[in-house]
Ligand binder design. Structure first.
Ligand code: IPM
Ligand code: MG
Length: 362
């Protein structure tokens, strides 16, 4: 199989982790007989520095023509970078939002599970995690507060900022269908998270989700308020299988879910449209503090590449080979700094990538 992959190294640790993921894909291609072609484009702060905008039309068009996109991370230090104090549409993050919207990537899948090897890094008490948890957050990605009208004005002499949260039934239905389809392949439980005790958009969310549930009688649907969900995630994470939620709640809950796995450096994500096309990226950010020091954890990006193989290219065996290689490296005791504990072997970003590559077998 020949696959054309557009890569977006981005900012901060982005370039180093994307490099490792590409090398892992190349090795997987060698072992299984596929050709992966990589074409890099600029997005985020690096694009601002070069072109004055976080994503050029040309870069977006290039991404549209690819079979899939692999992204590192974009952005600098929040509140303290040359890209922060500028108009919202000129910030690095605006590139991310523009590519999500431009490619129609409405479904963001963020798996969060606990590797037994990292159980000690989980901040929860052992009795709360038992033999581990395995959930996936299905986050709506092209609607809600992120894309509603926003402006800042002076109203009656007082500076006033407005962000609007809008969802229509179509947007809710398609993401709900995605969540139920995923649940059918898992433990058949969907927890739909909203704030229906306050928000109209959440009431519509509940109504549409219940309609969709009728087409999936085998799947159990429960509704949970977002504040309660934040609490349940740290009290009893094992109750969750598929968490379905809107854009902003999903942003927040996915950071929380990833942290209880021990490190946000381990978690992959996929952003999909209605077709097989997808953008794959680690759930973590650009970590500008540790950029360029060869200490970042490339595993989340490597696992995102594995998600690409199965979701966009139906290469499930190949994806499994990557996941097995990651598992092996952890079992053998190799750790990057973020997941390091005494008694293990500390390795850098490049070495971690190499160890994983060397363990990819048919
Ligand atoms: C994420 C990030 C982005 C988001 C930021 C960088 C705009 O936090 O992918 O979770 O909020 O969606
Ligand atoms: Mg986030």
């Amino acid at each position: 199989m020949k696959c054309n992959i557009v890569t977006i190294p981005g900012d901060g640790i982005g370039p180093e982790i994307v490099r490792e993921a590409c090398l892992v894909l190349e090795k997987t291609g060698e072992v299984f007989g596929h050709e992966f072609h990589f074409q890099p484009i600029l997005m985020g702060g690096c694009s601002i520095d070069r072109y004055g905008v976080p994503l050029t039309d040309e870069a977006l068009e290039t991404a549209k023509k690819a079979d899939a996109v692999l992204l590192g991370a974009v952005g600098g230090k929040v509140g303290n970078s040359k890209w922060y104090d500028v108009a919202p549409n000129l910030r690095p993050e605006a590139g991310l939002l523009a590519i999500r919207k431009g490619l129609g990537l409405f479904a963001n899948l963020r798996p969060a599970y606990l590797y037994q090897e990292l159980a000690k890094a989980c901040p929860l008490k052992p009795e709360l995690i038992g033999d581990g948890f395995d959930m996936i957050i299905v986050r709506e990605l092209t609607g809600g507060l992120y894309f509603g009208e926003r402006h800042t004005d002076v109203v009656d002499g007082v500076e006033t900022a407005v962000d609007t949260l809008t969802y229509n039934e179509k947007e809710i239905r398609r993401i709900a269908v995605k969540a139920f389809e995923i649940a059918m392949k898992r433990r058949k439980k969907v927890t739909s998270v909203d704030k229906a005790n306050v928000l109209d958009s959440s009431r519509l969310w509940r109504k549409v989700t219940e309609e969709v549930a009728k087409d999936y009688p085998e799947v159990e649907l429960e509704h949970m308020l977002v504040d309660n969900c934040a609490m349940q995630l740290v009290m009893n994470p094992r109750q969750f299988d598929v968490i379905l939620t809107e854009n902003m709640f999903g942003d927040i809950l996915s950071d929380e879910a990833s942290m209880i796995t021990g490190s946000i450096g381990m978690l992959s994500s996929a952003s999909l449209n209605e077709t097989k096309f997808g953008l794959y990226e680690p759930s973590h950010g650009s970590a500008p503090d540790i950029a360029g020091q060869d200490i970042a954890n490339p595993i989340a990006t490597i696992l995102s590449a594995a998600m690409m193989l199965s979701y966009s290219f139906d290469l499930d065996r190949e994806a499994q080979a990557i996941r097995d290689a990651v598992q092996k490296v952890l079992t053998e005791g190799y750790r990057t700094a973020d997941i390091y504990q005494e008694g293990f072997t500390k390795v850098g970003c490049g070495k971690m990538g190499e160890l994983i590559r060397d363990r990819i077998v048919k």
